[in-house]
Design a protein around this ligand. Structure first.
Ligand SMILES: [Cu+2]
Length: 133
């Protein structure tokens, strides 16, 4: 685990996958899909503390770090965007984060044992694998 150089305190969090309704103007995402077309986008944000030692994947230098993470099934995994580039957390093809700005933290819970592929909608080269066991 090497992603410990940044502060884990008081990061902005987008609660992944739990929020419905509302529409967030996805600033910066200018791909072929546009917001407001019926695709649910997480909107609410709150300040949370990432617990010390919690599973954490850092989005930095256009990469997920670490690229491989093993957790227990049901574990909460934190994702932090620590750079100015916009990113997403997309799990097995489903965007669970909306657009993440620098400092945003997204929480995702491994629903069961298995292997989950993590990608970013904006950067095809960004890949990580979470193994829940
Ligand atoms: Cu990205």
């Amino acid at each position: 685990m090497t992603a410990t150089r940044f502060s884990r305190r008081f990061a902005l969090v987008l609660v992944a996958g739990l929020l419905t309704g509302g529409a967030l103007a996805a600033c910066g995402s200018s791909d072929d899909s546009s917001p407001g077309n019926g695709t649910p986008v997480p909107t609410a944000a709150k300040v949370v503390t990432v617990p010390a030692g919690a599973p954490l994947i850092d989005q930095d230098n256009l990469a997920f770090k670490p690229e491989k993470l093993t957790v227990k099934a049901g574990a909460t995994v934190y994702f932090l965007n620590s750079e100015t580039s916009l990113h997403t957390v997309t799990i097995d093809g489903k965007n669970v984060s909306g657009t993440m700005k620098k400092g945003d933290v997204v929480v995702w819970t491994a629903p069961n044992a298995g292997t989950f592929k993590v990608t970013c909608d904006f950067h095809p080269q960004m890949k990580a694998t979470i193994t829940a066991e």
